[in-house]
Design a protein around this ligand. Structure first.
Ligand SMILES: *Cc1c(COP(=O)(O)O)cnc(C)c1O
Length: 337
């Protein structure tokens, strides 16, 4: 089976497993796991920020960040398709007792002007706007990337209005590679950054929250509260360190594969709109002789697994475990349909 459902499906490579087996470990709740400490320091310095915190998932890093930056009753501004709103179980309400102001963005990306227009006035009737959260790349935007100048403009608005700025960077490394950007650029403008090691970077488990020393001290308390204080999790951190060394530069292969698939799909009569392919995700509309569900079923007969994300749209995600020959095979199947 060639499985395009998600970049979370990857299995650790032999090199990664070896790094994990060799990891020095300790009890991380005591702050004594050398591999976790190294991963946290590595991530903080990569983004030129002060401190970092290893967590079991990207949902947890996002939720902790939101809780750090808000008080109960505050409001968070984000795109309507954001993972923090759509796919984290209502966590903003449950964990932070905060409300959300949803913006109709462009493929998951919002503008500085939209942020400015959605900040509540100082009025007792209104929740206090305290946080803006961006997603880069934007998952439901088909892996779309922000223009860095827009992020800088959003930061300006945040500074003027005393708002914190969080980045859900589950796939930030895809954006960094696609746009040839530097992690320090992001460290300069965001108050906190969440990165996932378990997506394109290919580790089995783990995300990292990066921010100021003061914020990460608070985040560590919240991680414990949420049950995310792990013990000898250095085995997992070692996978993350290995991935940062070995799996970032190869993301461009996933991006090239995504473009090749989109090119093949664009030739077919059953393909409607294909969202611009900027990174490792292809989202396309299905029309005519197939529905999204029937095309997914047809591909499955050929050993290709995709996800119908709506009645008319299919998503295919490229990753470490999809090799060039798998892409060739998939294109041959598409061509023959
Ligand atoms: C996957 C993902 C996350 C985190 O998901 P977990 O499964 O909790 O690690 C956060 N944001 C985006 C955009 C994602 O795609």
């Amino acid at each position: 089976m060639i499985d395009f459902r998600s970049d979370t499906l990857t299995r650790p490579t032999p090199g990664m497993l070896e790094a994990m087996m060799k990891a020095p470990v300790g009890d991380d709740v005591f702050g004594e796991d050398p591999s976790i400490n190294l991963l946290e320091n590595t991530c903080a310095s990569l983004f030129a920020m002060e401190a970092a915190l290893f967590c079991p998932s990207g949902t947890m890093t996002n939720q902790i960040a939101i809780k750090c930056h808000t008080q109960p009753g505050d409001e968070v501004i984000c795109d309507r398709l954001s993972h923090i709103y759509q796919y984290e179980g209502g966590g903003i309400a449950v964990n932070s007792l905060a409300s959300v102001r949803l913006i109709e963005g462009d493929r998951g990306r919002i503008t500085a002007q939209q942020v400015a227009e959605n900040i509540n006035p100082d009025d007792v009737h209104k929740p206090v706007t305290t946080l803006v959260s961006l997603e880069n790349t934007a998952n439901r935007g088909g892996g779309s990337c922000y223009d860095f100048t827009e992020i800088e403009a959003i930061k300006e608005v945040c500074l003027k209005n005393n708002l914190k700025l969080h980045l859900d960077g589950a796939r930030l490394f895809n954006a960094l590679v696609a746009k040839r950007e530097k992690p320090e650029q992001y460290g300069k403008v965001f108050d906190s950054i969440s990165i996932c090691l378990s997506k394109g970077l290919g580790t089995p488990v783990g995300s990292v929250l990066i921010g100021t020393k003061e914020m990460i001290r608070k985040a560590r308390r919240i991680r414990k509260l949420l049950g995310g204080g792990m013990r000898q999790a250095g085995f997992l951190a070692a996978a993350g360190l290995y991935a940062l060394e070995n799996h970032v530069h190869r993301l461009k292969e996933d991006h090239a594969h995504a473009r090749q698939l989109a090119e093949a799909l664009s030739q077919k009569d059953f393909t409607g709109e294909i969202l611009p392919v900027e990174t490792n995700i292809v989202i396309f509309e299905v029309k005519g002789r197939f529905t999204a569900a029937s095309l997914a079923a047809r591909l499955k007969e050929e050993g290709i697994i995709v996800i119908a994300i709506s009645p008319t749209q299919i998503r295919m995600v490229l990753h470490l475990d999809i090799h060039p020959e798998d892409v060739k095979q998939t294109i041959a199947v598409i061509n023959a349909l």
